[in-house]
Structure formats: structure tokens, C-alpha cells
Design a protein around this ligand. Structure first.
Ligand code: C2E
Ligand code: CA
Ligand code: CA
Length: 673
């Protein structure tokens, strides 16, 4: 059984009462007995004195009356004696009180069971003695009787009683009350306070008077203060991004939950901004993570500076930030804030002496228009942000349903593209490359087609960009390489000894496992690398690290030649042409189209000359007319490819075309004369 403090104190008090009661009652009985024996003593003294005096003075029964005055005095001298009576058997010879003239039966005078003085006094009517004297020669015995004054005895004894009750009743009650108060004040209340403190920790109890309790209290205060601090620290840590000091995703989610609950009640709108740095990866790769981290810290504090008190910003990923704006009165105020952030971020940062230029793209979704829950706000601002990137970065873009539809479509497309690979719906077409001097087919470019079961053939421009975006190109490109390499071998076996050009997307080359896959493929197909050409684009040069140069060198060292596709449309720079192992350049169709304008003609001639100087083959693509081909031959372009000669063809068609074309090569040698 568990006792609470109150019950415990009560129990102690009852025990104390028991002990006190037994002590006091013992004392009381003792006192009473002592008083009674004193009273009894005086009575017995009187008794023996009177009986002595009488025995001496009386000579015969009849002259007893002469002692009357002596007995009266003795009776009035002792308060406890009501009357003194002298009896001869039953006959009253003398009485000090006339009321007791009649004989009194002796029996009530005696109580043989009475042991204590108290019992003798209170349970008897009187005391009896004997008066002996000689009447002549006869010994005569008379009874001497003291009738006791019970009221007086009672009074004397009860005087003790009141004293006892003062001691037993009031004093213990008072002291127990005091003990109760003291225990309650110094132990009960503090213990209850400690219990409540341990339970609720709402308020700290003041110092206690009892040493042990105070020790418990102060150690509890210490422990709770420490726990409290630790809890706060943990709470903060769980909600703070350690790098930037901004809120993290947890804190963002909590903030949004609160905000959405509020906004749905008050019908308010707020803007969810998703900000992504445009070229952060390049900074990280080129300058190292410590520089990247410091840049992120600067970016974080800059964003926080631009924002106002009620705005919220969190870092949710490497270079991704979410900003929640509630208080703007117009769209222009909102876009002003966004522009201010983007402008402040697009300065030239100097991090540990490195000048860094970055820009940021922002996607905006509104609650509740674009989403009423955290997930849809996140997704839709993300879609809008990607649109801003697509539009050329360093911009902001609002989410629209059209965008959403496009994203949904591309997600469906993504799935379909991957399924198509499993279902072998891809196919390579080959477009001949002609040596302009001899007219011979010396090579072919492999161009992918998607042969769907329902929608016919889908051209690469409709799915390659998406595959490049979502990374599927890595897998698909590997399939293209394998397919084209096997085709080269198959044709070689059939006597169609041409080199095959494969379009290789930048993402494929950036893939960490490219080298491994590439070498495995050469091993697997046993293709002659001299008969394979990789067409790459200038996008590869965007990444200024040495990784890409190393990859290209690795390819080149394995005997495969490298061709720069779409030359003239991108970042063409002479330094790259010299630095990278490039064997040939492909002049983009747009320049071939312009051959008959002065500027176009100059451009074509310049490229051809440059190619000759750098010892690179020059190939013109998209040659559609006899005029174009004549002109290109005249300026010294080595190879040409285009509808004028042939469209891209499926394998069997290509084989047929190849046979008739090569057989007629003498005629063809002058095909464009
Ligand atoms: P590209 O590498 O510049 O390929 C040349 C494109 O021009 C081909 O389009 C070809 O059919 C087209 N073409 C050739 N001669 C003429 C002409 O005289 N007139 C006109 N108007 N067009 C001509 P296609 O096959 O539709 O391919 C488009 C693009 O898709 C390619 O451009 C290439 O960038 C990409 N692509 C195609 N196959 C692959 C592939 O297997 N892997 C990768 N990564 N990209 C590929
Ligand atoms: Ca190409
Ligand atoms: Ca091209």
C-alpha cells in the first residue's frame, strides 16, 4: 500500500498519540494512586491515634460519652471524615453526626477485593478500626468507624484529573498540531513542490529549509536546466541547416503546416519560391567543396538580408533554397523582391581570392492557386524553376497548368522511352558520307529512330533532348554504340568497308562509368576502332575541368576518331580545337544553307581553310542541292552528307544504296560536275 505524505504524517501523529497516551495514562494512574494513598494514610493515622486515645481513657462502656468532644474535633479536623461512629456490635454507642444514629451494616464497609488505595477509598463507605479496653478484667472490643466523605475524596482526586487532562488533552493536541504544521511546512509542502517540479517543470521551487530536501531541489534544478538547454539545442539542430544557419527542410515543413492552416482559415495567399543556383556544380568541381561551401554561406546570408522579418527562407538541398513570402500587396512588389534577390546574388563573389560568378533560377508557386499542400507547392515551384532554367537561367518563372501538363507529358514520355528500349523499338538509320573528290561512300552516320507500335516513327529531336535531360541518354547511347559497332563489323564482313559515326551526347561522356563501359564495349564487339568515329558537340567544352579532356584523350588513344558536330553554332573557339583531340569538324547545316550569301560563303571558306591548317577533315552536313555541293567541292571541303546524296536509310536500304552507288562510282565521281 502506498501512503501519500499527508497519510504518512497522520500515521506518525497517531503513533505519537498512542505513545503519549500510554505515558500519560500511566502517569495519571500513578498520581491518582499516590494521592489516594496519602488520603488513606491520614485516615489510618487518625484511626490509630483515636483508637489509642480511646483505649486509654475508657474504663467502661458507659463513660464513652465523655470522649464525644475529642471525637468531634477529630472528625472536623479531617475533611475526608463525614462522621466517627463507635459501635458495639450493631448498637451505636456514639456518633459525631446525629444522622447516623441508626446501626450501619458492616458489610459495605469492607471490600476485600480492593487492592489499591484508590479502590479502598472509592469503593468503601468507611474505614473500621478497633478500640480495646478492660472493663474490670474483661477485655472489651468496640468498633471505631470512620464514615468517609465521598464528595470530598472525589474532589481531591478530580483535582488531579483536570491537571491530567490539561496535560493529556491540550498539550499533546497543541504539540501535535505544531508538529503537523512543521512537518507540512518543512517536509510535506517541499516534497509536493518537488513532485510537481519533477512532473511539470513549470516553475522552480524556492530554496528549502531542510538540508537534504534543498540538496535534492538544487540538483533537480541543475539537471532540469541542463536537460532544458540540451533539448533546446537539439530542437534547434533538428531545424537548422548546419552549413548556412538557415532553417532546414524540417523547419520549412513545420512553417508551411502552420502557414497553410492559417491561410486556409483566413483565405490568404502566399508565394512559395524555389531558388536554385545555376552553375554551382561547376564552382564545386572546379574550386573544391570548401569554396563551394563558403559561397553557399554567403548566398544564404545575402538572401536572408534581402528578406523582411516575416519572410521565411530555408536551405533544402545543396544549392537549393525555398523562400516563403506572405506579405506582398501586388505582383510587382513580389517580383521586385525576387529580382532584388537575383541581382544581389549575381555579383562577382570573391571567395578566398577566387572571383566567382553565379546566377540563380527561381520558380514560383502560389498557395492556394497552384497547390494547397506542401508536396504540390514543392513540385509546382520545381517545375517553374526548371522552366526558368530552360529559358536560359538567371530568371524567374511562375508555375502554370500548361507547364504542369508538359511535365506530366514528359514523365509519361520518360517511361515510354525506357520501355521502348526493353521492347526493342529503337532502330538505327544510316546516312552516307561522301568523299567529294572520288564520290565514294566512305562512311555513314548512325541516326536513331523510335519505331513505335502505335504512333509510327518518332524522330530523335522529339525524344533525345528529353533523354539528355533525364539522363536516359546514358543508357540509350550505350545501346546506340553497341548497335553501330556490331553493324560496322557486319558490313565489313559483307565487304561494306566504311567507318561509322556515332553521336555521343555530352552526358554520356560525363558519366563516371563511361570509360569502363566504353572499354568493355570495344572488348565485346571487337570492332576496329579506326572504323569508328564519335560525333560530339561543343557543349562538352562548357565544363572547364580536365575531366572531359581526359575522357576525349582516352577515346582517342583507343584509336577512335573524334568529330566536332554542329560546328559554328556553339562555343567554337580556336583554343579548344587545339587543346582537344579533334580529327574533323562538321559544318552545321545553317551555314551550308547560307552558302550563296557573301557572309555565308566567307564563313564556309574560312572554316575549310582553318580545318586544313589544323589538319582536320572538314565535312559539310545538310547538303541538299547540287549548287551547294558544287560550291563546297570548289572551296576544298573534303566530305559531304545530306539529302542531295541520300537521306538516312534503314540497314537493308543502305546496303542496296551502297551497292548501286559504289558500282557506279566512276559516273558518280563526276556526280556533281
Ligand atoms: P545531327 O547529329 O546534326 O544529325 C543530322 C541531322 O540532320 C539528322 O537528323 C539528319 O537526318 C538531318 N539531315 C541530314 N541531311 C539533311 C539534309 O540535307 N537536310 C535536312 N533538312 N536534314 C538533314 P535526325 O536524324 O532527325 O537527327 C537529329 C538529331 O538528333 C541529330 O542531329 C543528333 O543531334 C540527334 N541524334 C540522332 N541520333 C542520335 C543518337 O544516336 N545519339 C544522340 N546522342 N543523338 C542523336
Ligand atoms: Ca551528328
Ligand atoms: Ca549536326
Amino acid at each position: 500500500m502506498l501512503l501519500n505524505i499527508k497519510q504518512f504524517i497522520l500515521l506518525i501523529i497517531f503513533l505519537l498519540l498512542g505513545v503519549l497516551y500510554s505515558i500519560f495514562s500511566d502517569y495519571y494512574l500513578d498520581q491518582r494512586e499516590q494521592t489516594a494513598s496519602v488520603i488513606l494514610g491520614t485516615l489510618q493515622d487518625d484511626m490509630s491515634e483515636i483508637s489509642y486515645v480511646l483505649s486509654k481513657n475508657i474504663t467502661e462502656k458507659q463513660n464513652i460519652q465523655s470522649s464525644r468532644a475529642f471525637l468531634d474535633r477529630a472528625a472536623s479536623n479531617n475533611d475526608f471524615i463525614k462522621a466517627i461512629i463507635i459501635l458495639d456490635d450493631e448498637e451505636v454507642l456514639l456518633t459525631t453526626d446525629p444522622h447516623y444514629r441508626k446501626a450501619i451494616t458492616k458489610s459495605p464497609l469492607y471490600n476485600h477485593h480492593a487492592k489499591s488505595a484508590y479502590e479502598q477509598l472509592t469503593q468503601k463507605v468507611g474505614l473500621e478500626g478497633i478500640v480495646r479496653f478492660y472493663e474490670g478484667e474483661h477485655l472489651k472490643k468496640l468498633s471505631l468507624l470512620f464514615l468517609l466523605d465521598q464528595d470530598e475524596i472525589e474532589y481531591s482526586l478530580s483535582y488531579n484529573k483536570t491537571k491530567f487532562f490539561t496535560y493529556f488533552g491540550i498539550l499533546p493536541a497543541l504539540s501535535i498540531f505544531l508538529i503537523w504544521i512543521i512537518l507540512k511546512l518543512f517536509i510535506g509542502n517541499p516534497l509536493e513542490k518537488l513532485r510537481q517540479y519533477a512532473y511539470y517543470q513549470s516553475f522552480i521551487p524556492k530554496a528549502f529549509k531542510v538540508k537534504e530536501l534543498e540538496a535534492i531541489r538544487s540538483s533537480m534544478v541543475q539537471t532540469f536546466t541542463r536537460l532544458d538547454a540540451e533539448q533546446k539545442e537539439l530542437y534547434k539542430m533538428a531545424r537548422t541547416d548546419s552549413l548556412s544557419g538557415l532553417a532546414n527542410r524540417n523547419a520549412l515543413n513545420e512553417h508551411l503546416k502552420r502557414l497553410i492552416a492559417n491561410a486556409s482559415r483566413t483565405n490568404k495567399e502566399f508565394a512559395y519560391l524555389f531558388l536554385d543556383l545555376d552553375n554551382f556544380k561547376t564552382v564545386n568541381d572546379a574550386l573544391g567543396h570548401h569554396i563551394g561551401d563558403e559561397l553557399l554561406q554567403n548566398v544564404a546570408s545575402t538572401i536572408a538580408e534581402v528578406l523582411r522579418a516575416n519572410d521565411f527562407v530555408a536551405r533544402v538541398g545543396g544549392d537549393e533554397f525555398v523562400i516563403v513570402l506572405e506579405e506582398y500587396h501586388s505582383m510587382s512588389e513580389l517580383t521586385n523582391i525576387i529580382e532584388r534577390i537575383q541581382n544581389r546574388l549575381s555579383i562577382t563573389w570573391v571567395v578566398q581570392t577566387h572571383p566567382i560568378n553565379i546566377t540563380s533560377s527561381v520558380g514560383i508557386a502560389f498557395y492556394p492557386k497552384d497547390g494547397t499542400d506542401i508536396i504540390s507547392l514543392m513540385q509546382h515551384s520545381d517545375i517553374a524553376m526548371y522552366e526558368a532554367k530552360k529559358k536560359g537561367r538567371a530568371q524567374y518563372h511562375f508555375f502554370t497548368e500548361r507547364l504542369n501538363a508538359e511535365v506530366k507529358k514528359s514523365i509519361a514520355m520518360d517511361k515510354a522511352m525506357r520501355r521502348a528500349l526493353e521492347h526493342e523499338e529503337y532502330q538505327l538509320y544510316y546516312q552516307p558520307k561522301i568523299d567529294m573528290k572520288t564520290g565514294e561512300i566512305v562512311g555513314a552516320e548512325a541516326l536513331i529512330r523510335w519505331q513505335t507500335r502505335t504512333d509510327g516513327i518518332i524522330p530523335p529531336n522529339d525524344f533525345i533532348p528529353l533523354a539528355e535531360e533525364n539522363g536516359f541518354i546514358v543508357e540509350l547511347g550505350l545501346w546506340v554504340m553497341r548497335e553501330a559497332m556490331y553493324q560496322q563489323k557486319a558490313w565489313q564482313a559483307k565487304g561494306i568497308d566504311i567507318s561509322i559515326a556515332i553521336n555521343v551526347a555530352t552526358q554520356q561522356l560525363l558519366d563516371d562509368n563511361f570509360e569502363k563501359k566504353f572499354k568493355a564495349l570495344l572488348e565485346e564487339t571487337q570492332v576496329d576502332p579506326a572504323k569508328i568515329e564519335f560525333e560530339i558537340t561543343e557543349y562538352l567544352f562548357l565544363d572547364q575541368t580536365n575531366n572531359n579532356l581526359n575522357t576525349l584523350n582516352m577515346i582517342h588513344d583507343n584509336g577512335i576518331s573524334i568529330s566536332l558536330d554542329d560546328f559554328g553554332t556553339g562555343y567554337s573557339s580556336l583554343s579548344y580545337l587545339k587543346k582537344f583531340p579533334i580529327d574533323s569538324i562538321k559544318i552545321d547545316k545553317t551555314f551550308v544553307d547560307d552558302f550563296n550569301t557573301t557572309e555565308g560563303a566567307i564563313f564556309l571558306e574560312t572554316i575549310v581553310k582553318m580545318g586544313q591548317t589544323l589538319d582536320m577533315d572538314v565535312i559539310a552536313e545538310g547538303v541538299e542541292t547540287r549548287e551547294q555541293s558544287l560550291y563546297l567541292k570548289q572551296v576544298g571541303c573534303k566530305l559531304c552528307q545530306g539529302y542531295y546524296c541520300s537521306k538516312p536509310l534503314p540497314v537493308t536500304d543502305f546496303e542496296g544504296f551502297y551497292k548501286t552507288h559504289q558500282a557506279d562510282v566512276c559516273k558518280i565521281a563526276n556526280w556533281n560536275d
